[in-house]
Design a protein around this ligand. Structure first.
Ligand code: V47
Length: 375
């Protein structure tokens, strides 16, 4: 049980008001969200967010033995924040052959997370084959595949309806969707950074349809570039509305912008900004079970600290991350299970291994901690 919050430990009067609302089970609004993102009382904010997290999932923190698969980076889009995407002839352009793709599905993992570019030549059938062949190779491995941006592309290249595209992918073995392509739900940002990409209304339409068909999903927020704090809050409130309607989201994931060579701003967002964004997500998104501290983009240490700022999930082992690393992320490309357990335990939390659908597979309790100590 979460112990009562000592209000003397919260210095910022705005945060005191927020804490009272949270205690009373009252939903937070736009100004509260801004209060979280603007406060200088970082530790006060952490206390409130950690209490909200503890009420939902106790001292548990979820992780997954997973692998990311990015079958190609060839992409018809040219988003200004993206170092991963390539055009034919670029030095870093690639497309994997099916054997290389299939090598990503192994019996020791509990999630394969697939996302890539909008390939100028691949047909919908090529994307379906990837899912089908992976499923055929490892039938028990949950396949979390394709962002809403790719799903939209599939409807265009196949001339099929959204329902038909989802039905075909489901039949092939896809069970969940990642939360990418959301960026910032702001027309201003879209115009500035990714005007060729489908609109945000379509992102919502696709996730709504996925939920209706029993495919649950995540939602990301790309923060730390040219967006305002108001736009971050607005993004969170928009996705909260869809979650009220469908309940189909598992997890909300703030993605820290990696400057790479795109350099939309002079410096990366601070660790404090990352922690405030995680905490604000936890407090505003009262209808989300999971807030993810994505270690790849936050960095391992900040991700571990974020587990005391409202996050209850740290993603997984990943093996070979590409999107952030093409953008020169300093984190490792993958982590061992041992390292993940250490990051969770150092935060004083209990690691829980899950699969892509958040089924609990293993709780690493105290006995286990004695045999796998933190240091
Ligand atoms: O939508 C691209 C982002 C996303 C950069 O659902 C960048 O579990 C930071 O969606 N700096 C794809 N971010 C990754 C993604 C994701 C990641 C982890 C977990 C889940 C999940 C989903 O990557 C894109 C875009 O917003 N991105 N370039 C960059 N330079």
């Amino acid at each position: 049980m979460a112990s009562a919050l000592d209000s003397r430990l919260i210095r910022d009067p705005k945060l005191q008001e927020i804490a009272e609302k949270v205690e009373a089970g009252e939903r937070l609004g736009f100004q509260d969200g801004l209060g979280c993102l603007e406060t200088e009382d970082l530790f006060g904010l952490g206390r409130i967010a950690d209490r909200a997290k503890t009420k939902k999932t106790g001292d548990r923190v979820f992780y997954v033995l997973n692998r990311q698969l990015n079958p190609t980076n060839l992409c018809v889009l040219s988003c200004k924040f993206c170092d991963f995407a390539a055009k034919a002839g670029d030095d870093h352009a690639y497309e994997m052959a099916i054997d290389e793709i299939l090598a990503h599905a192994t019996p020791d993992i509990d999630e394969i997370h697939i996302v890539g570019g909008l390939h100028p030549k691949w047909k919908f059938e090529d994307y379906v084959e990837i899912v089908a062949r992976l499923h055929e190779k490892e039938p028990d491995l949950p396949i979390k595949a394709w962002t809403a941006v790719e799903i939209d592309w599939f409807t265009k290249i196949s001339k099929k309806s959204l329902s038909e595209v989802f039905a075909t992918l489901k039949e092939a073995g896809m069970v969940a969707m990642p939360g990418g392509g959301a960026e910032v739900f702001s027309d201003r940002i879209r115009k500035e950074l990714y005007h060729n990409k489908m609109g945000h209304d379509r992102w919502f339409e696709i996730h709504r349809k996925a939920h209706e068909l029993g495919i649950r999903s995540n939602c990301t927020l790309l923060y730390g570039h040219i967006e305002t704090l108001e736009e971050r809050v607005d993004h969170m409130l928009q996705v909260r509305e869809l979650q009220d309607e469908t309940g189909g989201f598992y997890s909300f994931i703030p993605l820290e912008y990696q400057l790479g060579t795109t350099m939309l701003v002079d410096r990366p967002p601070s660790a404090d900004d990352g922690l405030r964004t995680i905490a604000a997500s936890r407090l505003l998104l009262d209808n989300f079970d999971h807030i993810k501290a994505y270690w790849v983009m936050l960095g391992e240490e900040t991700a571990s600290v974020a587990l005391n700022f409202g996050a209850d999930d740290i993603d997984g082992t990943i093996v070979e991350e590409k999107i952030a690393h093409y953008a020169l992320a300093e984190s490792p490309v993958g982590l061992t299970q041992r390292r993940i357990l250490k990051l969770i335990r150092e935060a004083g939390k209990v690691p829980v291994r899950r699969d892509a659908l958040y089924h609990v597979l293993e709780i690493h309790d105290e006995d286990d901690a004695r045999t796998h100590p933190v240091s």
